[in-house]
Design a protein around this ligand. Structure first.
Ligand code: FE
Length: 340
């Protein structure tokens, strides 16, 4: 705003005016300073935007952005956080990598870390260690500190303690995005499959692109994360064990770095429900009775009640529809636990 008004006053000095306008509109963000890595960094921490362990606290939610020195977001920057537990102790050797994990900022450069307020250990104010890197930047290794507890100028989060003791905090990282970068490209598409209940779904993607490179598998447009039967949700190969009918769907993998993103082709996975398994939980038992009762009223009603399941799993006699003729067969399924 000041640039425009200044230009009206300076009038004919157009060169000066252009210079002033360009200075006026090009915001400058100061590169985040580095701080010592310390002795406790471990490579190999898992993808883990949420580092909380059930039952612990007080909770800390740290949000912010990763920006370049023009204050523009750096999409898909990689952030690797680690900090002490409530007792001030680092997990230096367990396979759980407690309070350690990496994540990627989103397409707007925004990140969210869900964790706990780190504990104190002798000689240090409370702090969170972090490495931040993007395909266009050098890696930053630094630490974040909390207001009023000591620390390094320029590395204090903006924090607010909530009633009850939990904390929300904010910090924007600024990196010098001055390196050339190769955008991701898919070189091998995932291939869909029909997988029997109890089988293993395995989907792979291959691609190129400068690192750090995010790989994110999605099912029906929803990002997947590891846990339970799912592993590799942020790796080239997604694996889902003990396949269930609700695992069926349209799978794709996003490859993204700070220069661009590429979405794989859709791989359609089909997991046919077994005959008699009306609630498609993988077994035929009395829990399927409700589904069968609805199935005999028609396919539409069944689809509304069991959107992830297959109406024809109630077609015990194999005539192409679920009708009262299937009742005797279904009762037989329930008594034996399997359908003929
Ligand atoms: Fe430390």
């Amino acid at each position: 705003m000041s640039g425009r008004w200044t230009c009206r006053f300076v009038g004919v000095f157009t060169g000066l005016c252009a210079l002033m306008v360009s200075v006026d509109v090009s915001a400058q963000c100061v590169t985040t300073r580095s701080d010592q890595e310390g002795p406790y960094y471990r490579t190999g921490a898992p993808y883990r935007p949420n580092m909380r362990i059930p039952g612990d606290g007080p909770l800390l939610t740290l949000t912010g952005r990763v920006l370049n020195t023009q204050c523009q977001p750096i999409p898909y920057a990689w952030l690797d956080f680690w900090h002490a537990d409530r007792a001030g102790v680092y997990d230096n050797d367990s396979p759980q990598y407690r309070y350690r994990g990496y994540q990627f900022a989103d397409e707007n450069g925004e990140y969210v870390l869900e964790t706990i307020v780190p504990g104190l250990y002798p000689g240090r104010p409370a702090h969170i260690h972090v490495k931040v890197d993007a395909a266009t930047t050098p890696m930053l290794t630094t630490q974040l500190y909390f207001p009023g507890q000591g620390g390094v100028t320029g590395l204090f989060v903006t924090a607010q303690t909530l009633p009850g003791g939990d904390m929300v905090a904010q910090f924007d990282f600024v990196l010098n995005a001055n390196q050339p970068c190769t955008a991701p490209a898919i070189t091998q598409q995932p291939v869909g499959a029909t997988v029997a209940v109890g089988g293993t779904i395995s989907l792979s993607v291959a691609g190129t692109g400068a690192t750090p490179l995010l790989r994110q598998w999605r099912r029906n447009g929803v990002d997947l994360s590891d846990g339970g039967r799912i592993s590799g949700a942020q790796t080239p190969t997604l694996t889902i064990s003990d396949a269930q009918p609700q695992d069926a769907g349209a799978y794709e993998c996003l490859l993204a770095n700070s220069c661009g993103a590429a979405l794989s082709a859709v791989a359609t996975v089909v997991v046919p429900a077994g005959v008699g398994d009306l609630n498609c939980d993988g077994v035929v038992n009395f829990d399927d009775i409700d589904g069968f009762v609805i199935a005999v009223t028609g396919q539409a009603a069944y689809a509304a009640a069991y959107p992830d399941c297959e109406w024809l799993s109630g077609d015990i006699d194999g005539d192409g529809a679920v009708t009262f003729d299937d009742i005797n067969g279904f009762v037989g399924c329930l008594t034996t636990g399997t359908c003929p």
